[in-house]
Structures are given as structure tokens and as C-alpha cells.
Design a protein around this ligand. Structure first.
Ligand SMILES: Clc1cnc2c(Nc3ccc(N4CCOCC4)cc3)nc(-c3cccnc3)cn12
Length: 272
């Protein structure tokens, strides 16, 4: 149905309430008339995109996200435009933002955190198999489906691996990996680093290297001084330490994450 539809226009949709406000435009809940399916309509203003020369980035987001088909990657059904805006027709994630859920409960229980990390690792491993590096994995870019499944969204910063050598600044500091700060280029290991930061934030309620000032955050990241509270289990602590290795070569890869004892302890294998 929606996956097969190739041409989209505003007449296909009944647009409802705003789901959220972004810096380039808003996201609305919408309903596709024929299938009666809910979708999310991301509206971006062309002049705003032009201001920061982000048209090429948006083109890439569309190219990348529409070719990815995975249960933990938010689907993109199509796009259309008028002379003022670009419209992205996206899968509707009925559970909202993971970020809001984390703020509400402060910290996730270990089984829930393990399931989210397993979904994230399997989605990223799928993306990497398509030569796509997300580069901006953080709670704000993760949505929850109506049955609680994790959905990676917002591929605005993703690049196809060959371009990944260019060190472009992307996103909040907390998620920058050491090699990103050194600017010596990076491969798929930066997404693995972000999984480590996320795992820490899921279990502790804040990112590991958070500091008041930018330079302090950089310092903490660079010397990767990790303080993990005692209420975190040994298995989780072990995985966090193996993900937040300063040297990208020493970091676990995504397949090893999915085989880690703490993940296997909490996640039913058919989900992996
Ligand atoms: Cl893209 C995309 C696909 N689905 C969503 C979505 N879904 C969604 C579902 C449910 C609830 N609610 C559930 C009841 O409590 C109130 C919130 C919110 C968002 N939100 C956003 C979004 C949200 C906030 C800011 N910027 C974007 C983007 N989305």
C-alpha cells in the first residue's frame, strides 16, 4: 500500500495536529485518504533550508531513508513539494519520542534498555550493510512505534560511508566520539560509540561525559573517564566499557553487541 505508492501530493492526505516543531519546519499527523493509514508529514521550508545550504543534505536524507527498509528504521513513503516547502511522508511512530519516555521515567529498567540497544544495534548493522552511517544517534532522533518498538529517525546527518571521511560537525556534543573531536575522519565505529553513550544514558539518566562547559565536555570525552554508578549491573557495565573505548579499533562492533552476554540475558533471540 503506502510502500508501493510512488507519486504523492497534498490531495492524498488529510493533515491533522502538529506532532512536533523542528528548526526547519513542523511534523504533522496525517491520514492517507485511500488506505486510511496514519502517516507523519514533515514540512520543511525551502528558504530556511537555503539559509543554511541544507538542500543537498535533505536530498541525501530522502535518498538514504527511502531505500532503508527495517522494522527499527522509520520508513519514508515519499515526498513532494510546492514552491515554498518540501514535504516528507514518513511512517507514523505511535509511541512518540524515546527522549520524552526517558525524561518521564528518568532511567530505563535493564531489560527495556537491553531491548532498545538490541533493536538499535540491529537497525544500525542493517544501515551499515547498506553503507549508511547515521552519525547522529541520540534520544531525540529515536521514536517509538505503537507497539513499543524502537525506530531510528532523522537521517539528516547520515552519509553514505564513502563520504564519511569528511569531518562535518553534527549534533550535540555529548554524543561526539573522541575521533570525531580529533577530526581524523571516522567510519561506522562512530555509530557504535553513540550506542554506548545511549546505553549509559538509558541506565543512568544522563550522558556519561556531560559537563557544564563545552571544553570540559570535550576533555571528558577525550580522556573517556567513565564513572558508572554501582546500581548498574556488571553485565551492563561490561558492555558500556567495551562500547566507549577511546580507540575505535578496540570498540565492539555491532554484531558483537548483539552477542554480548547482557543483551542475551534480556532479549529473546528471535528478535536478534
Ligand atoms: Cl517523523 C514522526 C513519526 N511519528 C512521529 C511522532 N509521533 C508521535 C506519536 C505520539 C505522540 N504522543 C503520544 C501521546 O502523548 C503525547 C505525544 C507524539 C508524537 N512524533 C514526532 C515528533 C514529535 C516531537 C517533535 N518532533 C517530532 C515525529 N514523528
Amino acid at each position: 500500500i503506502l510502500d508501493q505508492k510512488t507519486q504523492w501530493s497534498k490531495n492524498d492526505l488529510i493533515v491533522g495536529r502538529a506532532l512536533g516543531k523542528g528548526q526547519f519546519g513542523n511534523v504533522y499527523l496525517a491520514k492517507e485518504k485511500k488506505s486510511k493509514e496514519f502517516v507523519a508529514l514533515k514540512v520543511l521550508f525551502k528558504n530556511k533550508l537555503r539559509e543554511i545550504d541544507a538542500e543537498h543534505q535533505l536530498k541525501r536524507e530522502v535518498e538514504v531513508q527511502s531505500q532503508l527498509k527495517h522494522k527499527n528504521v522509520l520508513g519514508m513513503y515519499g515526498h513532494y513539494q510546492d514552491n515554498v516547502r518540501v514535504y516528507l511522508v514518513l511512517e507514523y511512530a505511535g509511541g512518540g519520542e524515546l527522549f520524552k519516555q526517558l525524561c518521564k521515567v528518568k532511567r530505563f529498567e535493564e531489560p527495556l534498555a537491553a531491548n532498545y540497544i538490541a533493536s538499535l544495534a540491529s537497525a544500525l548493522s542493517y544501515c551499515h550493510s547498506k553503507n549508511v552511517i547515521h552519525r547522529d544517534i541520540k534520544p531525540e532522533n529515536i521514536l517509538i512505534g505503537k507497539n513499543g518498538e524502537l525506530k531510528i529517525a532523522d537521517f539528516g546527518w547520515s552519509v553514505l560511508a564513502e563520504e564519511a571521511r569528511r569531518t562535518t560537525f553534527c549534533g550535540t556534543l555529548d554524543y561526539l566520539s573522541p575521533e570525531m573531536i580529533d577530526g581524523d575522519g571516522y567510519g561506522q565505529t562512530i555509530d557504535v560509540w553513540s550506542v554506548g553513550i545511549l546505553l549509559y544514558e538509558f541506565l543512568v539518566g544522563k550522558p556519561p561525559f556531560e559537563a557544564r562547559g563545552t571544553s570540559q565536555t570535550y576533555k571528558n570525552i577525550q580522556n573517556a573517564q567513565l564513572r558508572i554508578p554501582n546500581y548498574v549491573s556488571h553485565g551492563a557495565k561490561d558492555l558500556i566499557k567495551k562500547l566507549l573505548k577511546k580507540d575505535p579499533e578496540k570498540r565492539l562492533n555491532l554484531h558483537q553487541v548483539l552477542k554480548h552476554k547482557w543483551i542475551l540475558e534480556h532479549v529473546d533471540p528471535d528478535k536478534l
